[in-house]
Ligand binder design. Structure first.
Ligand code: ZN
Length: 249
Protein backbone atom coordinates (compact mmCIF):
# COMPACT_ATOMS: atom_id res chain seq x y z
CA UNK A 1 0.00 0.00 0.00
CA UNK A 2 1.63 3.27 -1.04
CA UNK A 3 2.15 5.82 1.74
CA UNK A 4 2.25 9.52 0.90
CA UNK A 5 4.00 11.92 3.28
CA UNK A 6 2.50 15.42 3.22
CA UNK A 7 4.19 18.43 4.73
CA UNK A 8 1.63 20.75 6.41
CA UNK A 9 1.76 24.02 8.35
CA UNK A 10 5.23 24.88 9.66
CA UNK A 11 6.56 21.43 10.54
CA UNK A 12 3.65 18.94 10.65
CA UNK A 13 3.31 15.74 8.68
CA UNK A 14 0.04 14.17 7.52
CA UNK A 15 -0.09 10.81 5.76
CA UNK A 16 -2.19 9.09 3.11
CA UNK A 17 -2.31 5.29 3.10
CA UNK A 18 -3.74 4.00 -0.16
CA UNK A 19 -4.93 0.46 -0.78
CA UNK A 20 -4.42 -0.41 -4.45
CA UNK A 21 -6.66 -3.49 -4.11
CA UNK A 22 -9.73 -1.72 -2.73
CA UNK A 23 -9.05 1.82 -3.96
CA UNK A 24 -9.57 3.09 -0.40
CA UNK A 25 -7.51 5.96 0.98
CA UNK A 26 -6.98 6.74 4.64
CA UNK A 27 -5.73 10.11 5.88
CA UNK A 28 -3.86 10.14 9.17
CA UNK A 29 -4.29 13.52 10.87
CA UNK A 30 -5.54 16.70 9.26
CA UNK A 31 -3.27 19.64 10.08
CA UNK A 32 -4.09 21.68 6.96
CA UNK A 33 -6.56 21.17 4.08
CA UNK A 34 -4.80 22.63 1.01
CA UNK A 35 -1.70 20.40 0.78
CA UNK A 36 -3.73 17.29 1.60
CA UNK A 37 -6.44 17.99 -0.98
CA UNK A 38 -3.72 18.81 -3.49
CA UNK A 39 -1.97 15.48 -2.92
CA UNK A 40 -5.25 13.56 -3.24
CA UNK A 41 -5.85 15.32 -6.57
CA UNK A 42 -2.27 14.69 -7.76
CA UNK A 43 -2.58 10.98 -6.98
CA UNK A 44 -6.15 10.72 -8.29
CA UNK A 45 -7.24 9.15 -5.00
CA UNK A 46 -10.64 9.52 -3.33
CA UNK A 47 -10.57 9.97 0.42
CA UNK A 48 -12.33 7.14 2.28
CA UNK A 49 -11.65 7.91 5.94
CA UNK A 50 -9.67 9.99 8.38
CA UNK A 51 -7.93 8.64 11.50
CA UNK A 52 -7.09 11.16 14.23
CA UNK A 53 -4.16 10.59 16.61
CA UNK A 54 -4.96 13.27 19.19
CA UNK A 55 -6.92 16.45 19.79
CA UNK A 56 -4.24 19.13 19.35
CA UNK A 57 -5.27 21.84 16.88
CA UNK A 58 -2.33 21.20 14.55
CA UNK A 59 -3.61 17.65 13.94
CA UNK A 60 -7.31 18.45 13.37
CA UNK A 61 -7.70 22.05 12.19
CA UNK A 62 -7.78 21.18 8.49
CA UNK A 63 -10.51 18.57 8.92
CA UNK A 64 -13.65 20.64 8.26
CA UNK A 65 -12.31 22.04 4.98
CA UNK A 66 -11.06 18.60 3.88
CA UNK A 67 -14.47 17.01 4.53
CA UNK A 68 -16.23 19.78 2.61
CA UNK A 69 -14.18 18.97 -0.49
CA UNK A 70 -13.71 15.23 0.14
CA UNK A 71 -16.45 13.74 2.32
CA UNK A 72 -15.09 10.85 4.41
CA UNK A 73 -15.68 8.97 7.65
CA UNK A 74 -13.90 10.35 10.70
CA UNK A 75 -12.45 7.99 13.30
CA UNK A 76 -11.09 8.92 16.71
CA UNK A 77 -10.52 7.62 20.23
CA UNK A 78 -13.70 7.06 22.27
CA UNK A 79 -11.98 8.47 25.37
CA UNK A 80 -11.27 11.76 23.61
CA UNK A 81 -14.53 12.08 21.64
CA UNK A 82 -15.54 15.09 23.76
CA UNK A 83 -12.59 17.13 22.51
CA UNK A 84 -12.12 15.77 19.00
CA UNK A 85 -14.02 17.00 15.94
CA UNK A 86 -17.37 15.20 15.40
CA UNK A 87 -16.64 11.48 14.94
CA UNK A 88 -18.49 8.95 12.78
CA UNK A 89 -16.69 6.08 14.52
CA UNK A 90 -15.04 5.75 17.92
CA UNK A 91 -12.30 3.23 18.58
CA UNK A 92 -10.58 1.69 21.60
CA UNK A 93 -6.94 0.69 22.01
CA UNK A 94 -6.16 -2.61 20.26
CA UNK A 95 -9.11 -2.28 17.86
CA UNK A 96 -8.38 -3.29 14.27
CA UNK A 97 -9.65 -0.61 11.91
CA UNK A 98 -10.67 -0.79 8.25
CA UNK A 99 -7.58 -1.00 6.05
CA UNK A 100 -5.84 -3.18 8.65
CA UNK A 101 -4.61 -0.52 11.08
CA UNK A 102 -4.24 -1.56 14.70
CA UNK A 103 -4.89 1.10 17.37
CA UNK A 104 -2.01 1.38 19.84
CA UNK A 105 -2.66 3.19 23.09
CA UNK A 106 0.04 5.88 23.19
CA UNK A 107 -0.49 8.27 26.13
CA UNK A 108 2.17 10.65 27.37
CA UNK A 109 2.00 13.67 25.05
CA UNK A 110 -1.78 13.77 25.69
CA UNK A 111 -3.81 11.24 27.65
CA UNK A 112 -5.97 10.13 24.73
CA UNK A 113 -3.14 9.95 22.20
CA UNK A 114 -3.13 6.86 19.96
CA UNK A 115 -0.87 5.51 17.23
CA UNK A 116 -1.82 3.45 14.18
CA UNK A 117 0.18 0.34 13.30
CA UNK A 118 -0.16 -1.40 9.95
CA UNK A 119 1.40 -4.86 10.46
CA UNK A 120 1.25 -5.80 6.76
CA UNK A 121 3.02 -2.58 5.76
CA UNK A 122 5.33 -2.52 8.78
CA UNK A 123 4.37 1.11 9.25
CA UNK A 124 3.73 2.89 12.53
CA UNK A 125 2.05 6.31 12.56
CA UNK A 126 3.04 7.61 15.96
CA UNK A 127 2.28 11.37 15.71
CA UNK A 128 3.60 13.08 18.86
CA UNK A 129 4.43 9.99 20.95
CA UNK A 130 7.63 8.28 19.77
CA UNK A 131 9.08 10.62 17.14
CA UNK A 132 12.05 10.61 14.77
CA UNK A 133 15.08 10.65 17.11
CA UNK A 134 12.90 11.87 20.00
CA UNK A 135 9.49 11.86 21.64
CA UNK A 136 6.68 14.35 22.16
CA UNK A 137 6.48 16.73 25.08
CA UNK A 138 4.60 15.47 28.14
CA UNK A 139 1.68 17.91 28.08
CA UNK A 140 -0.86 15.77 29.93
CA UNK A 141 0.68 12.40 30.62
CA UNK A 142 3.57 11.28 32.78
CA UNK A 143 7.05 10.08 31.90
CA UNK A 144 5.91 6.63 33.05
CA UNK A 145 3.10 6.65 30.51
CA UNK A 146 5.52 7.68 27.74
CA UNK A 147 7.85 4.90 28.87
CA UNK A 148 5.04 2.33 28.50
CA UNK A 149 4.02 3.81 25.15
CA UNK A 150 7.56 3.55 23.79
CA UNK A 151 7.97 0.04 25.23
CA UNK A 152 4.85 -1.04 23.29
CA UNK A 153 6.34 0.36 20.11
CA UNK A 154 9.80 -1.05 20.76
CA UNK A 155 8.21 -4.53 20.78
CA UNK A 156 7.22 -4.16 17.10
CA UNK A 157 9.48 -5.59 14.36
CA UNK A 158 12.73 -3.66 13.90
CA UNK A 159 12.09 -2.96 10.22
CA UNK A 160 8.85 -1.13 11.07
CA UNK A 161 8.99 2.41 9.68
CA UNK A 162 8.20 5.17 12.13
CA UNK A 163 6.13 8.04 10.74
CA UNK A 164 5.87 10.85 13.25
CA UNK A 165 3.67 13.95 13.40
CA UNK A 166 6.35 16.61 13.06
CA UNK A 167 9.65 17.30 11.42
CA UNK A 168 11.70 17.78 14.57
CA UNK A 169 14.39 15.36 13.45
CA UNK A 170 17.20 17.87 13.18
CA UNK A 171 16.75 19.38 16.64
CA UNK A 172 16.14 15.92 18.11
CA UNK A 173 19.30 14.53 16.53
CA UNK A 174 21.39 17.42 17.87
CA UNK A 175 20.02 16.82 21.36
CA UNK A 176 20.54 13.04 21.00
CA UNK A 177 24.31 13.38 20.52
CA UNK A 178 25.12 12.50 24.14
CA UNK A 179 22.80 9.49 24.23
CA UNK A 180 22.98 7.92 20.78
CA UNK A 181 25.31 5.24 19.46
CA UNK A 182 28.28 7.36 18.28
CA UNK A 183 28.70 5.65 14.90
CA UNK A 184 25.01 5.71 14.04
CA UNK A 185 24.80 9.33 15.18
CA UNK A 186 27.72 10.39 12.99
CA UNK A 187 26.21 8.60 9.99
CA UNK A 188 22.83 10.28 10.44
CA UNK A 189 24.48 13.67 11.01
CA UNK A 190 26.08 13.22 7.60
CA UNK A 191 22.79 12.80 5.73
CA UNK A 192 20.01 14.47 7.73
CA UNK A 193 20.88 18.15 7.11
CA UNK A 194 20.99 17.51 3.35
CA UNK A 195 17.58 15.83 3.43
CA UNK A 196 16.13 18.68 5.44
CA UNK A 197 17.68 21.35 3.19
CA UNK A 198 16.25 19.70 0.09
CA UNK A 199 12.82 19.66 1.73
CA UNK A 200 12.72 15.86 1.73
CA UNK A 201 10.90 14.05 4.54
CA UNK A 202 12.96 13.31 7.64
CA UNK A 203 10.33 10.88 8.89
CA UNK A 204 10.06 7.18 8.03
CA UNK A 205 13.15 5.87 9.84
CA UNK A 206 13.05 2.27 11.09
CA UNK A 207 12.61 1.29 14.73
CA UNK A 208 15.92 -0.53 14.36
CA UNK A 209 17.72 2.72 13.59
CA UNK A 210 15.78 4.58 16.29
CA UNK A 211 17.10 2.04 18.78
CA UNK A 212 20.59 3.42 18.02
CA UNK A 213 19.66 7.09 17.79
CA UNK A 214 16.60 7.80 19.91
CA UNK A 215 17.48 8.62 23.54
CA UNK A 216 14.03 7.51 24.74
CA UNK A 217 14.54 4.02 23.29
CA UNK A 218 17.93 3.72 25.01
CA UNK A 219 17.07 4.54 28.64
CA UNK A 220 17.82 0.98 29.77
CA UNK A 221 21.50 1.27 28.70
CA UNK A 222 24.04 2.01 31.47
CA UNK A 223 25.96 4.49 29.29
CA UNK A 224 22.75 6.43 28.61
CA UNK A 225 21.85 6.56 32.30
CA UNK A 226 25.36 7.88 32.98
CA UNK A 227 25.09 10.45 30.17
CA UNK A 228 21.81 11.64 31.70
CA UNK A 229 23.63 12.17 35.00
CA UNK A 230 21.94 9.18 36.65
CA UNK A 231 24.55 6.40 36.68
CA UNK A 232 22.85 3.13 37.63
CA UNK A 233 19.42 4.76 37.28
CA UNK A 234 16.45 2.66 36.18
CA UNK A 235 15.08 3.16 32.68
CA UNK A 236 11.88 5.00 33.71
CA UNK A 237 13.77 7.54 35.81
CA UNK A 238 16.31 8.02 33.04
CA UNK A 239 13.55 8.68 30.50
CA UNK A 240 11.96 11.28 32.78
CA UNK A 241 15.33 12.96 33.27
CA UNK A 242 16.23 13.04 29.56
CA UNK A 243 12.80 14.47 28.73
CA UNK A 244 13.29 17.11 31.43
CA UNK A 245 16.70 18.05 30.01
CA UNK A 246 15.19 18.33 26.51
CA UNK A 247 12.44 20.63 27.83
CA UNK A 248 15.13 22.88 29.27
CA UNK A 249 17.55 22.59 26.34
ZN1 ZN B 1 0.36 17.35 19.78
Amino acid sequence: MPIEIIRCLKDNYAYLVHDDATGETTLIDAPEAAPILQRLADKGWTLTRVFITHHHWDHVDGLAAILEAAPAEVWGAATDAHRLPPLDHRFQPDDILPGGAQVLDAPGHTLGHVAFYYPAEKALFSADSLMTHGCGRLFEGTADQMFETIARMAALPGDTRLFSGHDYARANLAFAARFADPQAHAARMADLPGLADRGEPTTGTTLESERLLNPYMRCHLPEVAAAAGLPGGDARTVLAEIRRQKDNA
